[in-house]
Design a protein around this ligand. Structure first.
Ligand SMILES: Nc1ncnc2c1ncn2[C@@H]1O[C@H](COP(=O)(O)OP(=O)(O)OP(=O)(O)O)[C@@H](O)[C@H]1O
Length: 322
């Protein structure tokens, strides 16, 4: 169905290249000098709390918003001068539903194919192929409105794949899906990547979704604050993470600094500390302040810890203050 991944590999090392992109809405700087590459057949996630700038970047890359500053290429086409060509090599799935509930799955796909000038035997071939790849063949005659949320999302993705794009852009693909449907969706995305060499860029504010990506860029207040594989990002946090609860966190923060020469971060109403040997430090901490410490948790760093490490905010707290 889709073009051969080997021929795609030959063209360039970056399937998407973003260089120094900034974007303003009036006085508000929504994106600040973003630069990153997405490699061929990679699943790349843009992770960030609401308001971080994901949707703005997504709209720029999907050619819905004109570039104000910086540049980008997708499959070697220039975003500012070749938007039409880019539209022919990308498939886009937006957050908002786009299916016509009164039409069948097949009819929804047929109308989408017509938009790309696909008709006749090719149309039948393409629809049959995407239905098969997305496990939808036995639902082709069902009305879209009768499908579960997970199946609808799959049909949305099928629409984006009809013209055999090299690059798939997915805005918050798991939002509103139950865990089973999320699991299925990821199975299909990985299959697309593996078998068809499709490059996939997703935006997400879900940590568990980010874990599925080959690499991640973490966006906070319009800036790319971290870039790497989930393992690399976690390794960037020094050692174990301790979260310490106390009745008077500020007082305890000062006492810990005086006693141990390290200053925990205050995050919400708790204290947070990274330590290379967390279990040993935990014991020393309890021995030193048995009355003040009400509870402590110790764990290996998570992506949430990466976010706190870089910003001093909890992920969800960052969403609320935006
Ligand atoms: N049309 C607009 N006019 C003014 N400000 C905007 C507009 N769209 C977005 N913004 C602002 O730009 C910043 C980035 O928004 P954006 O929607 O790109 O973030 P996001 O990470 O996608 O968040 P969400 O998941 O909530 O959509 C936010 O501060 C937002 O309020």
């Amino acid at each position: 169905m889709l073009s051969n991944p080997l021929t795609q590999e030959a063209t360039t090392a970056a399937r998407i290249r973003v260089t120094d992109i900034s974007h303003r809405y009036g006085d508000r700087l929504a994106l600040n000098q973003l630069s990153f590459d997405v490699r061929p057949a990679e699943i790349f996630g843009l992770l960030g709390p609401n308001g971080g700038g994901k949707t703005t970047l997504f709209r720029l890359l999907s050619t819905l918003l004109p570039l104000q500053s910086g540049n980008a290429t997708i499959a070697d086409r220039d975003l500012s001068t070749q938007a039409r060509e880019i539209r022919s090599v990308i498939g886009v799935t937006f957050q908002s539903p786009s299916l016509d509930g009164k039409l069948t799955v097949w009819e929804n796909l047929k109308h989408q194919a017509h938009l790309y000038g696909i008709a006749g035997e090719l149309l039948r071939e393409r629809i049959t192929s995407v239905l098969q790849h997305l496990g939808l063949t036995d639902r082709k005659a069902d009305l879209a409105e009768s499908l579960s949320g997970g199946l609808k999302r799959r049909v949305e993705i099928a629409k984006g794949l009809l013209h055999a794009p090299q690059v798939l852009l997915l805005d918050e693909p798991s939002t509103g899906l139950d865990p089973g449907a999320r699991h299925d969706l990821w199975k299909y995305l990985k299959q697309l990547q593996r078998e068809q060499g499709v490059t996939i860029l997703i935006t997400t504010h879900l940590m568990e979704e980010a874990e599925h990506c080959d690499r991640l860029g973490i966006l906070h207040q319009g800036e790319l604050i971290s870039l790497g594989t989930p393992d690399e990002l976690r390794a960037s946090v020094g050692g174990d993470c301790l979260t310490i609860h106390a009745e008077h966190p500020e007082t305890l923060q000062n006492q810990i600094t005086e006693r141990f020469g390290v200053t925990p971060q205050q995050v919400n109403h708790s204290l947070r500390l990274e330590h290379p040997r967390g279990h040993e430090f935990l014991k020393d901490l309890i021995d030193a302040f048995p009355e003040q410490v009400t509870s402590v948790s110790l764990g290996k760093p998570t992506l949430e810890d990466v976010f706190i490490h870089k910003t001093g905010h909890q992920f969800w707290q960052a969403e609320e203050v935006e």
